[in-house]
Ligand binder design. Structure first.
Ligand SMILES: Cc1cc2nc3c(=O)[nH]c(=O)nc-3n(C[C@H](O)[C@H](O)[C@H](O)COP(=O)(O)O)c2cc1C
Ligand code: SF4
Length: 435
């Protein structure tokens, strides 16, 4: 693989990389000075030309999202999504801890492009270190005239606040996040209206992921053509990947979206292979909510398009959980089902009931009292609770569907073997308890 020069993680490992002094010494805030000499429309256009796709999961182009803001608006808010509750994702965290000014520069430039008056960075409460480091960096930026009134004498003003949530997966969903910032329970809203038209405090709002915004200063500084020289058509720019599980070097890495899942696990630049002679059995390549692939599918490219070819919902957060072949697939199924049953906010009946029932069935199978028809029942249930057929308010239900469906479909033979080898009479005993 050709050498790749880190962009988003270039300051990681530099001493005191979290301080304004070091960030500036590395060339930081030059993109902001350049952006403030452009018009907001010119900045938007550069980001649109770069076709920067959102890194929070859905991959929607940032420049296009910004253009949905009504032209005659009087207020604009920017919500920065640092909730990062998708297991096992921690790339936003790395950036906020190691290079918080990169994010702040991205926020100010994006705020200028959208003419936002205030930016709210949403963090879940467990992010103690990122909170303290980012708050200190925001204070430094205010003191240096990079935030607040009349930034660098440009006439543009922006305030930036951190809002800490209580820690719920659904608060990462953009309208759940908005409700939470407003001080309410993080119940996702029915759309339309979309946040660009009616978002925070019912005003036009842009919601972008931390990593998405970190790309913006680099696009302004080096141009859309440079951005498009990295990756492939539809998958441009630097990307952060996480890998965890029994690999030799779990961590957060940067690369182009041309690497495969196999590269992420085995390449010396990334995971460096499996630990202690273990073998890959299954991998969730995009956080758990995108679905699972088998050891025969590691040639999947870690981009926005290829995962669909493997029955997945998408690339999601590009954070891979590796499962080795000592793990019982029934335990994997039960763990995943439990997560979504606990995290469903309960507003939509089919998501609330569907995730609970899938968890109950998965528990029964794991405890050695499953039936072959339970596998079909699980597959049938996954067809009836998602946002995709228009049944739910938010995408959490789709995030529950894809892992359960792909685990059962791709590991059906193993499930059937376990079920065939169960103790006689155990199903009747389990059903009697359940009833
Ligand atoms: C259940 C659920 C959880 C989500 N969690 C996050 C999250 O933690 N961080 C994030 O950036 N996006 C998350 N999203 C996606 C957001 O709704 C939204 O699409 C994203 O923040 C937009 O930013 P982007 O366009 O820059 O990717 C989640 C979506 C759903 C349905
Ligand atoms: S789909 Fe699930 S998590 Fe989303 S709003 Fe409905 S019940 Fe809540």
């Amino acid at each position: 693989m050709a050498d790749y020069e880190p962009v988003l993680l270039r300051n990681v490992g530099v001493e005191n990389s979290h301080t304004l002094e070091v960030y500036r010494a590395q060339g930081g805030y030059q993109a902001l000075a350049k952006a403030l000499k452009m018009t907001p429309d010119e900045v938007q256009e550069e980001v649109r030309d770069a076709t920067l796709r959102g890194r929070g999961g859905a991959g929607f182009p940032a420049g296009v999202k910004w253009s949905f803001l009504p032209k005659d608006r009087t207020h604009t808010y920017l919500c920065v999504n640092g909730d990062e509750s998708e297991p096992p994702t921690f790339s936003n965290r790395v950036v906020m801890e190691k290079d918080p000014h990169q994010l702040i520069e991205g926020i100010i430039i994006s705020g200028y492009a959208t003419q936002a008056q205030a930016a709210y960075v949403y963090l879940r409460i467990e992010f103690h270190e990122p909170f303290h480091i980012l708050q200190k960096a925001i204070d430094e930026a205010y003191a240096a005239g990079l935030l607040g009134k009349n930034i660098l004498d440009s006439g543009y003003s922006l305030d930036c606040y951190i809002h800490r949530g209580a820690g719920a997966y659904v608060c990462g969903e953009e309208t759940g996040l908005i409700e939470s910032i407003e001080g309410k329970r993080g119940y996702p809203r029915i759309k339309p209206p979309f946040p660009a038209v009616e978002g925070l405090f019912r005003r036009p709002t842009v919601v972008n992921n931390v990593e998405t915004l970190c790309n913006v200063p680099h696009i302004i500084e080096r141009g859309a053509d440079w951005f498009k020289s990295i990756g492939s058509e539809g998958n441009f720019g630097p990307k952060l990947f996480c890998v965890c599980g029994p690999v030799n070097r779990p961590g957060c890495y940067e690369g182009p979206m041309t690497i495969t899942l196999g590269d992420l696990i085995y390449d010396n630049k990334y995971g460096q292979g499996m630990r202690d002679g273990k073998e890959v059995k299954a991998v969730f390549p995009g956080g758990i909510s995108m679905g699972v692939v088998t050891t025969d599918e590691l040639d999947m490219v870690m981009d926005f398009t290829d995962p669909a070819e493997y029955g997945l919902l998408g690339i999601g957060t590009a954070a891979a959980v590796v499962i080795d072949n000592s793990i019982d697939i029934r335990t994997v199924l039960r763990n995943v089902a439990r997560f979504f049953a606990l995290e469903s906010c309960g507003q939509c009946t089919q998501c609330r009931e569907g995730t609970s029932w899938m968890y109950k069935i998965a528990t029964r199978i794991e405890q050695g009292a499953g039936r072959i028809e339970d596998l079909d029942l699980l597959i049938e249930t996954t067809g009836n609770l998602g946002m995709m057929p228009g049944l739910s308010i938010c995408g959490l239900s789709d995030g529950a569907v894809f892992p359960i469906r792909t685990i059962v479909q791709k590991f059906r033979a193993e499930f059937e073997e376990h079920i065939r080898n169960q103790e006689p009479g155990c199903v009747e005993a389990a059903l009697a308890v359940a009833n």
